[in-house]
Design a protein around this ligand. Structure first.
Ligand code: ADP
Length: 545
């Protein structure tokens, strides 16, 4: 028996129409360094129509890829909704990829148009001659004439192009399973791989972001989107904002702690999202120059593990609740979110908040052991996390059709490459990425546990731990420490600090003090580069006896 329900597709065109009308007074604002430039959702609706008309004028139709090479700003937000709403596919390019990777992903996705920020034109100009499928470049917030067009490519000024377009467009409602947007993994552990989101997956995911079990933001929030729009589907923030009518605050290129704090002082966002390294910088900025940031009711932090010391510092010193979440480009990205269960308080509540979070009903999760069998969710047994659900990718994009690599997929489940445990009530605690776990004498040492613990030392600004070859034990941990400015700490002292938190055999003997932990294109610790620095003999290592 079929239901009597209407078979209405979940469509980003419908979302745009809704936001531009019933939430028309909500705003997107971009920080300029001294203030904001603001557009209402109503204005965004008209701007989206102008952009869609311009793209249609270039011959862009359903399924064609439109790239962006932009900071988080008003124009990027317009592209984020207008491109999928017209049936085309948004491809937000990661501006921090290595040149070969950037060229690879734009060619692999076959981007036909790229919208580029004026300030990024000099960088983009280096790539453009190698982009094989790009026919049109639109320069926003800058001088289009500064970009030399190779033969066969036309360069346009965003402002001039859009000024000539009608401000209505008949956005088509297409099959909800159609491609809406694509994103490549940032290549932290390999070549970038393409994930294609559908209208349906983005719609359902946005509902989860809005839900109290997700990020839980609503129409009275001012959401500061620090996470780049090119990182992991922008964590779902743009579509969730349109759905909830939240105001959005975009930092543009002002991403250093100082300017971020100035913007917060001026704009008082109530909600923010960024990776831990950003928040580490913000904490240091606040220590140097105190400021009240208690207007932030919640900051969602994920992408890598959040050190408990960082969570406590934000809560206890600044009244800001850090909400820890786990996800991947492949999972749209929201997987689990660390809301503690009802009724827990005190230290027990903190223990829940430190976890990577609880899975929602739409994300099924299981752990698989080395022998391929499923291990129990008993809060102790370790295994590789596998997930499935309506906003989790079933393959990687290839022009010839989705690629289902058995290393990455297991009988309809996505293999995450993350190792952890799941409690009987559905909370995930990650131990490590499988590639980062340190295998010492047949036992595992979690690099993340060591990092989290040592970052609790008052002198430590950042710490990254990698496994390095060892004759006797196969691998041993090497701790790379960045000290806070004006502080001192010796390796012995730091090891003593860890002594009551780890078994003796887990305590690292190798230490190195560095000026900065290398970061990936999305601001995570780049352990691949750290390993290479060690292998090349670039690190001065102290070995304790
Ligand atoms: P990349 O794989 O290129 O870094 P993603 O941002 O998609 O790009 O990375 C997803 C990975 O980030 C996850 O598989 C996991 O290893 C890590 N990750 C995400 N959130 C967390 C978290 N809260 N704690 C620990 N690791 C996390």
């Amino acid at each position: 028996m079929l239901s009597t329900m209407q078979d209405e597709p979940l469509s980003l065109a419908t979302l745009l129409k809704y936001a531009a009308t019933f939430q028309g007074d909500s705003t997107v604002s971009t920080w300029t360094g001294t203030g904001v430039r603001t557009m209402t959702y109503r204005e965004m609706g008209a701007e989206s129509a102008r952009l869609a008309n311009a793209l249609r004028g270039f011959g862009i139709g359903v399924g064609d890829r439109v790239g962006t090479f932009m900071w988080n700003n008003n124009e990027h937000m317009v592209a984020y909704i207008a491109v999928p709403a017209m049936g085309a596919v948004l491809h937000a390019l990661n501006i921090r990829l290595f040149p070969e990777q950037l060229v690879y992903v734009a060619n692999h996705a076959e981007d036909q148009v790229v919208i580029v920020d004026g300030t990024l034109v000099p960088m983009f100009a280096q790539y453009l001659p190698n982009l094989k499928t790009v026919r049109h470049v639109i320069v926003a917030n800058g001088d289009a004439s500064a970009l030399q067009a190779p033969e066969g490519v036309q360069v346009h000024s965003y402002t001039e192009l859009l000024a000539a377009q009608p401000d209505t467009f008949d956005f088509p409602v297409i099959d909800e399973r159609s491609a809406a947007a694509m994103c490549y993994t940032s290549g932290t552990t390999g070549d970038p791989k393409g994930v294609v989101y559908s209208h349906r997956s983005n719609w359902l995911h946005a509902m989860q972001v809005c839900s109290p079990m997700g990020m839980g933001f609503n129409g009275s929030d001012n959401v500061l989107a620090i996470v780049p729009l090119f990182h992991a589907n922008a964590w779902g923030l743009p579509y969730a904002a349109l759905m909830s009518g939240a105001n959005v605050l975009m930092p543009d290129r002002f991403l250093q702690p100082g300017p971020l704090l100035e913007m917060m002082e001026d704009q008082k966002p109530s909600f923010a999202a960024a990776v831990p390294t950003i928040w580490g910088g913000v904490l240091a900025g606040l220590a140097a120059k105190p400021q009240d940031i208690s207007h932030l009711r919640t900051a969602v932090v994920g992408g890598s593990a959040v050190p408990p010391s960082m969570m406590r510092a934000f809560q206890e010193q600044h009244g800001v609740r850090i909400l820890h979440a786990w996800g991947m480009t492949e999972t749209s990205p929201l997987g689990s979110v660390a809301h503690p269960p009802a009724g827990v308080t005190g230290e027990q509540e903190w223990e829940y908040r430190y976890t990577q979070g609880r899975f929602p009903a739409s994300v099924q999760a299981r752990l698989v052991g080395d022998d391929g069998s499923v291990v129990p969710n008993d809060g102790e047994s370790l295994g590789e996390l596998e997930v499935r659900g309506p906003w989790i990718t079933a393959s990687y994009y290839s022009p010839e059709g989705g690629v289902i690599d058995p290393d990455k997929f297991d009988d309809g489940w996505l293999r995450t490459g993350d190792v952890g445990k799941i409690s009987p009530n559905g909370y995930l605690t990650l131990v490590d990425r499988s590639k980062d776990v340190i295998k010492s004498g047949g036992e595992w040492i979690s690099s993340v546990d060591l990092e989290n613990a040592v970052m609790g030392h008052l002198a430590v600004a950042e710490a990254a731990v990698i496994g390095v070859p060892d004759e006797k034990w196969d691998e041993r941990p090497l701790v790379a420490i960045v000290l806070k400015e004006g502080t001192e700490a010796k390796a012995e002292e730091l090891r003593d600090f860890l002594a009551d938190k780890f078994a003796k055999w887990q305590l690292p003997e190798r230490w190195t003090f560095i000026a900065e932990v290398p970061k990936t294109s999305v601001g995570k610790f780049d352990k691949k580069r750290l390993r290479a620095q060690y292998a090349d003999g670039d690190l001065t290592v102290t070995t304790l006896s």
